[in-house]
Each structure stands twice: as structure tokens, then as C-alpha cells.
Design a protein around this ligand. Structure first.
Ligand code: NCD
Length: 304
């Protein structure tokens, strides 16, 4: 990769994305060929917010490349509890690791921390900002199921606070996808994201009902309402439980619709959908390993 740090998908060209996805496909086809590739690499994991998939798949990825991970552990058991700043934590851990993965509740945290370190820093989610490595695995999943050309994509749920949505929307703009955003009015795309999408010439439409657009979609990307980001629990309660799908909803869908979700889900996708041909979200989560292996491989390549 040309970039030392990965903070947002806005910094990735179509060619950058394709390079990662192509490498992930090579890894998927022959994982053994990559098993010792970075056997002296250490990945530093700095997670200031809960994570299951992102953290575990990064850890699996570095181990499958022959390397290892060092983990700050929970905020409560780290020096953050003693008042250490993010900049200091990052500067210390860069001395232990060849690359850092950071998840933090503050938007902009990854950009800020990246200014203090020389090793590559990967943003694994900064508040309601961005989540670029999720987008890479999302695009890998879409490429495997529907291809990345001539796509009509619906993105539904919490478009305001959903960082996976912001990252995905910017990346899809590079692939000339038609993007339909479905949400309650209170959770529409933030103004800066909408502005950036328009600036990049993206095809964007916004809806409050899925019915209006479902029959056209190749991909439906469902997201969780980000309860932890709401300043007011009452506001959350007003939108909780809306914007879910079940088997009845999907009757209006194309036969080859792919349903995705970054997970965790709460109640946005009824479990009855899991066993249908539409469901692709567990596959999507599994793709986190080859895609993060590919990204780490490309980023660490220069170090070998
Ligand atoms: C997402 C996140 O953390 O933004 N989770 C993930 O990394 N797969 C989505 C979410 O929490 O809703």
C-alpha cells in the first residue's frame, strides 16, 4: 500500500481496494503459502471499545501469517485507567509492535494517534467516524457474491452513527454503485458524509421506507442502531426495533439479493433469514480473516 496508515476509506483508490481484495483471494486459495510470511511480526491491539470480530480476526490474521499479537487488554486493566493519554499509549506500544490496530470511542482518534507513530496504524473504528477494514471485508464479500460492477446497494439502519456505513459509502463511490440509504429521518447520513459523496459524484438516494427500493437491490446492507452513541436513551427508544427485515420483507426482493450486516445484530434481521440463500453475514464475518491478512501482508511487506 502507498499509505502508511489506514484511517478512512476516502484515502483508498479503486486500485488500492482491488489490490487488497486480490491478495485476500490469493490467501483464500492457498493459505499455507502465507503461513510463515511474517513470522517475526508483532501486531499491537489497542481496543478502547468492545469488539469481538474485529479484534479476534486481526489476531487470527497475524497468527495465520506466522506472527503474533500483543493486546493492551481492557481499558480497565491498562494504564489508561491511570490517566495515560491515547498519544502516549500509542507511542509506547509502537515500540513493541510492527503495526497498530486502534479502536476508540472518539471520532478522529485514529487520525490523531497516527500522527504520533511511525509504524502503520489501522483504524478499527473511531466513534461514529470510520471503519475502513470492515469495508474491505464487506467489499470482498460483495465481490464474491454479486461482483463489484453495476451494483445497486441498499444501506439501511443507523446511517448517522454507523461508522461501517460511512466507510462503505465512500468506497462504493469508487465503484460507481447506485447507493440507496434507508433510515428514519433522525438517523440519516451526516451532512459531511453526504457532502463528500456528492463531491465524488456518487449516485445517492435517501429513503425512509425499504419497500420503495427493495426490488431493485443487488445488496442490502443492514446495520444495528448504535445505541451507545445516542446522547439520549429516549431518542434511541423512539427508533429501536424499526428497520428490520424478516422472510415476509424479502418476498419483494430479487432472487439473487445478498443480505449483509457487519454484526453484531440485535433484532434487525430475524433469525429465520439466516438459513435462506440471501443471508451472507456470517460468511462476511469469516472474510475478516483473509482480508485482514491481506492488508497486513501488504502493509508489512516492505519490512521483510
Ligand atoms: C461494527 C462496529 O464496531 O462499528 N462492528 C464490527 O466491527 N463488525 C458494527 C456495529 O457495532 O454495529
Amino acid at each position: 500500500m502507498d499509505h502508511d496508515h489506514l484511517v478512512t476509506t476516502k484515502q483508498l483508490s479503486r486500485a488500492d481496494v482491488e489490490r487488497v481484495l486480490d491478495r485476500a483471494a490469493e490467501i483464500d486459495a492457498d493459505p499455507a503459502a502465507f503461513a510463515q510470511r511474517h513470522d517475526d511480526a508483532i501486531l499491537g491491539l489497542l481496543f478502547f471499545e468492545p469488539s469481538t470480530r474485529t479484534k479476534m480476526s486481526f489476531e487470527t490474521a497475524i497468527k495465520r501469517l506466522g506472527g503474533d499479537a500483543v493486546d493492551m487488554g481492557s481499558v480497565d486493566s491498562s494504564s489508561v485507567k491511570k490517566g495515560e493519554s491515547l498519544a502516549d499509549t500509542a507511542r509506547v506500544v509502537e515500540g513493541y509492535a510492527d503495526a497498530l490496530v486502534l479502536r476508540h470511542p472518539s471520532q478522529g482518534a485514529a487520525r490523531m494517534a497516527s500522527e504520533f507513530v511511525d509504524v502503520p496504524l489501522l483504524n478499527a473504528g473511531d466513534g461514529a467516524g470510520h471503519h475502513p477494514t470492515q469495508t474491505l471485508l464487506d467489499l470482498y464479500t460483495v465481490r464474491e457474491s454479486a461482483g463489484l460492477d453495476d451494483l445497486t446497494v441498499g444501506i439501511m439502519g443507523d446511517l448517522k452513527y454507523g461508522r461501517t456505513v460511512h466507510s462503505l459509502a465512500h468506497a462504493l463511490a469508487n465503484f460507481d454503485a447506485d447507493q440507496h440509504f434507508v433510515s428514519p429521518e433522525s438517523l440519516q447520513l451526516p451532512r459531511n458524509v453526504r457532502y463528500d459523496l456528492h463531491e465524488s459524484g456518487a449516485s445517492v438516494r435517501e429513503h425512509t421506507e425499504l419497500d420503495a427500493v427493495l426490488p431493485e437491490l443487488d445488496v442490502l446492507y443492514v446495520t444495528r442502531i448504535q445505541r451507545e452513541r445516542f446522547p439520549d436513551e429516549n431518542e434511541y427508544q423512539q427508533v429501536a426495533g424499526e428497520y428490520g427485515i424478516d422472510l415476509d420483507t424479502l418476498e419483494a426482493a430479487k432472487d439473487d439479493l445478498t443480505v449483509m450486516h457487519p454484526l453484531p445484530r440485535v433484532d434487525e434481521i430475524a433469525p429465520e433469514v439466516d438459513d435462506t440463500r440471501y443471508a451472507n453475514y456470517f460468511e462476511q464475518a469469516h472474510n475478516g480473516v483473509p482480508v485482514r491478512m491481506a492488508l497486513l501482508d501488504l502493509m508489512l511487506e516492505g519490512d521483510r
